[in-house]
Design a protein around this ligand. Structure first.
Ligand code: ZN
Length: 57
């Protein structure tokens, strides 16, 4: 079972019903305000997530 993190604030929100699809991937958000922040500048948050995962390895 994958744990999805809110890319904006970092909270785990697998069961959240607030989602947004960007470039074919579904992102989960803890609140509408986090979703709005993401949709205003998705590249910023997507780059932050993928960059962190690569550097942790
Ligand atoms: Zn959030």
């Amino acid at each position: 079972m994958a744990i999805e993190k809110d890319p904006v604030c970092g909270m785990e929100c697998t069961s959240s019903k607030i989602t947004s699809v960007y470039k074919g991937k579904t992102y989960y958000f803890c609140s509408e305000s986090c979703k709005i922040s993401f949709e205003l500048d998705p590249e910023k948050y997507v780059a932050k997530i993928s960059g962190t995962e690569e550097k942790n390895k």
